[in-house]
Design a protein around this ligand. Structure first.
Ligand code: KG4
Ligand code: ZN
Length: 340
C-alpha cells in the first residue's frame, strides 16, 4: 500500500510517501515568510502553501522514485489548523484523488503527532503517555489504543513552543526561535537568573504565560544591554524553569496513568534538554522512553501518511469528504463516525 501524504496545517509545507507503514520519502519546508513578525501570519501561510504544495509533492515523489499514478491512496491533514493553509493541502489532495481515482483519507493533525514516534522507534507498548509539546499544543495524553485517547493535562494559556518563541523574540531572535534558544541555552548558566516553577503542585495542567512575563520583567529590570550580554544565561534559566514544570507534570501524569512507555511529540520534542531530562526521568522510573527522531518531531507529512496507513490496516478509517476542520478536538475523534 503506497500512500502519498500532505501536511499543511500551519507553517510547514510537507509531503511524504509511505509504503506499508515505512517511510520512502519526506520533503518538509518551514516557511520563512513569518520571520519578521514573531509568529505565524495566517494569510502568508496560506499563500506560501499555495506556492509550494505542488513543488514539495513532486519532490517527495521524485525522491521515492515513483509517479503520482503509482500511489494507492492520498491522505492530508484536515485539521486542526489554519483554515487557509488546510484548504490548500486538502484541495490539492482532493484534485489528485479525483484525477487518479484513488481514495482520499482525512487525518487529524494531533492524532498523527501521537503516533509519530513509531516512524523511528517501531511499535509502541500500550498504554503510553505522550508529552505533546509544540507551538500550538502542550498536552499530556494517554493513548490506550488507536482512536482511544484521554487528555490528562493541558496548558491553561500559552503552548511551550509559543513560550520559547516569545522569549526568543524578546532578545531579537527570528521566528520560530525554539531551536536557537535551545542552542544558546546549552552554553548558558541556568543559575544566573532564577524563575519560579509555574503551577508547582500535583495537578497535571501546565501554564507558561507567567514565565514569559517573568522573563520580560527580568529584561526590563536588568536592562537590554545586560540581557543581550547574558542571553545564553537568560535562555538557560528560562528553559530550566519551563522544563522543571514540564517534568513535574509528566511525573504527576505518570502516577495517574501508570503507562508502559513515555513518548514525546511535537516541535519542542526536538529540544536537547527536554530529551535528556525526559529520558533520565523515565530511566529512573524504569519506564521505556521513546523520542521520535528530530525530523518527525515538528510538523511533517510522514506522520500523516503513517497514521493513514495505521488506520487503514486496522480498519479504523473510511474515505471522507475532504472537509477542513480548523477546530477539531481530539475527544471528538472517538465519538464521531469515520464516514460523513
Ligand atoms: O510541531 P511544530 O513544528 O508546529 C506546531 O504545531 O506548532 O512546532 C513548532 C514549535 C515552535 O514553537 C518552535 O520554536 C519549537 O517548536 N521548537 C523548539 C525546538 N525546535 C522547534 N523549541 C525548543 N527547542 C527546540 N529545539
Ligand atoms: Zn503540530
Amino acid at each position: 500500500m503506497l500512500i502519498l501524504a500532505i501536511e499543511s496545517s500551519c507553517d510547514e509545507n510537507s509531503a511524504a510517501v509511505i509504503v506499508d507503514g515505512r517511510l520512502l520519502a519526506v520533503e518538509t519546508r518551514t516557511q520563512t515568510v513569518h520571520q519578521p513578525y514573531g509568529g505565524v501570519v495566517p494569510e502568508l501561510a496560506g499563500r506560501s502553501h499555495l506556492e509550494l504544495v505542488d513543488e514539495v509533492v513532486q519532490s517527495a515523489l521524485k525522491t521515492a522514485q515513483i509517479q503520482a499514478r503509482d500511489v494507492d491512496a492520498i491522505a492530508a491533514t484536515a485539521g486542526p489548523g489554519l483554515i487557509g493553509s488546510l484548504l490548500v493541502g486538502l484541495n490539492y489532495a482532493r484534485g489528485l484523488s479525483n484525477a487518479l481515482s484513488r481514495p482520499f483519507y482525512a487525518i487529524h493533525h494531533v492524532e498523527a503527532h501521537l503516533w509519530s514516534a513509531e516512524l523511528s522507534e517501531g511499535l509502541l507498548p500500550l498504554p503510553f503517555l505522550v508529552l505533546l509539546v509544540s507551538g500550538g499544543h502542550s498536552q499530556l495524553i494517554r493513548v490506550d489504543r488507536l482512536r482511544c485517547y484521554h487528555i490528562i493535562g493541558s496548558t491553561l494559556d500559552d503552548a511551550l513552543g509559543e513560550a520559547y518563541d516569545k522569549v526568543g523574540k524578546l532578545l531579537g531572535l527570528s521566528f520560530p526561535c525554539g531551536a536557537e534558544v535551545d542552542r544558546l541555552a546549552q552554553r548558558g548558566d541556568a543559575c544566573r537568573y532564577r524563575f519560579p516553577t509555574a503551577m508547582n503542585d500535583s495537578s497535571t495542567n501546565l501554564s507558561f504565560s507567567g514565565l514569559k512575563t517573568a522573563v520580560a520583567y527580568k529584561i526590563r529590570d536588568i536592562g537590554i544591554e545586560e540581557a543581550v550580554t547574558y542571553k545564553c544565561d537568560l535562555f538557560a534559566s528560562f528553559q530550566d524553569a519551563a522544563l522543571t514544570a514540564v517534568l513535574l507534570k509528566t511525573k504527576a501524569a505518570v502516577q495517574t496513568v501508570m503507562p508502559k512507555a513515555i513518548v514525546a511529540a511535537g516541535g519542542v520534542a526536538a529540544n536537547s534538554e527536554l530529551r535528556a531530562r525526559l529520558k533520565a526521568f523515565a530511566d529512573k522510573q524504569c519506564i521505556p522512553c521513546f523520542l521520535p527522531s528530530i525530523q518527525f518531531c515538528g510538523d511533517n507529512a510522514a506522520m500523516i501518511g503513517y497514521l493513514a496507513w495505521k488506520l487503514l490496516v486496522n480498519d479504523e478509517i473510511t474515505t471522507l469528504r475532504p472537509l477542513a476542520k480548523p477546530r477539531w478536538p481530539l475527544e471528538q475523534l472517538m465519538s464521531e463516525t469515520t464516514s460523513e
